[in-house]
Design a protein around this ligand. Structure first.
Ligand code: LMR
Length: 337
């Protein structure tokens, strides 16, 4: 072989070696898509997970966060996860029905969680585990539950008692329990992607909706809703989920690092959620755009009376036993329904 040929071969070999080296160092990318603003309990927790995962893996993992439905809307993101187009999501618990995991709608039952403590006994205990086990056959793994908060109603007229909801077109998430809840109030539920709600409220396609205050505020819905009622009638929280094939393919040490990062991001999410929602109410009140109403104890009784029957109506969908399991956690802390 001539010297020049030898040099060529050597150059090609070093080029291959270099490119293999680059490949070996390429980080594992986790695309994490979500539909809310970065400045919300979920947005902040996702950012915290990114920071911890990247730092603790020494750069071997890169987490790309796509907030505000910029990559996918509600329904699309579930499909994208199953197809492996994204690796991680944190959909609200009200969005698992279309996936065939309708048991998650237990979280949507009005007034089922008398406190966050009860809620955490459910999410951190056997009920939470049982719910996550329902996802595996769908190619999905549940990693954690993240809090947001308790929902309030908003619309373009005052709603002091359940009767005031009659005839209102109300946007809901894709949950049959929420559909039943709105019907129990004689309102007209309309399923709609989160990214479309602001405009639908602004143009009058719907009259109102329900949200934890942090979502209402960060989507500026208070600018297009004249009234809100602090009923805190139902819970909205999240399940952080991953594509199972992707997760199983990770090296064991990386998976362990990510599990640790997720545990800490979860603690962080659950620590900040209540304050984020309290601050959002204060900020919206200060803006003077929406009038916030706190029902009297007698009015709250009316709301509970109108909405509690939804539990029984939804037994056949969610499972009586699962609802009873949640009741037991509440009763263990001295609450009655
Ligand atoms: C909604 O659609 O109202 C919420 O699920 C949005 C979210 O992710 O908090």
């Amino acid at each position: 072989m001539s010297i020049s040929k030898l040099l060529c071969v050597a150059a090609a070999a070093s080029c291959i070696f270099a490119s293999q080296n680059v490949l070996a160092q390429e980080p594992i990318v986790i695309k994490f898509s979500h539909v809310v603003a970065p400045d919300t309990p979920k947005g902040k927790a996702a950012d915290r997970f990114k920071e911890l995962a990247e730092q603790r893996s020494g750069g071997k993992v890169k987490v790309e966060i796509y907030p505000n439905s910029q990559l996918y809307k509600d329904k699309e993101e579930m499909e994208a996860l199953q197809l492996g187009a994204v690796q991680m999501l944190a959909p609200s618990l009200a969005k698992f029905g279309p996936l065939g995991a309708k048991e998650f709608e237990v979280f949507d039952l009005p007034f089922i969680f008398p406190s966050r403590e009860v809620l955490h006994r459910v999410t951190k205990g056997p009920v939470g585990k049982k719910l996550f086990s329902k996802l595996e056959s769908k190619g999905i793994l549940g990693l954690a539950f993240w809090d947001n908060g308790f929902k309030i109603f908003s619309a373009n007229r005052p709603m002091h008692v359940p009767n005031d909801m009659k005839g209102l077109k109300m946007r809901i998430q894709s949950s049959k329990v929420l559909d039943a809840q709105m019907r129990a109030l004689k309102a007209l539920p309309q399923v709609m992607a989160f990214s479309e709600v602001y405009q639908a409220l602004q143009t009058g396609v719907v009259d109102g909706t329900e949200n934890p205050p942090s979502n209402m505020y960060t989507q500026k819905m208070h600018e297009v809703q004249s009234d809100a009622t602090l009923t805190r009638h139902g819970y909205l929280g999240y399940a952080v989920i991953v594509n199972k094939a992707f997760w199983d393919s990770l090296p064991a040490d990386i998976r362990k690092t990510l599990e640790g990062a997720m545990a800490d991001a979860t603690d962080y999410a659950n620590e900040i959620a209540k304050k984020e929602n309290d601050d959002a109410v204060a900020a919206m009140e200060a803006s003077g755009k929406t009038k916030f109403y706190t029902p009297t104890p007698a009015e709250m009784e009316e709301w509970t009376k109108a909405l509690l029957p939804v539990h029984k109506d939804m037994e056949s969908r969610i499972g009586k036993e699962l609802i009873q399991d949640v009741y037991k956690e509440a009763q263990a802390l001295g609450f009655k329904y």
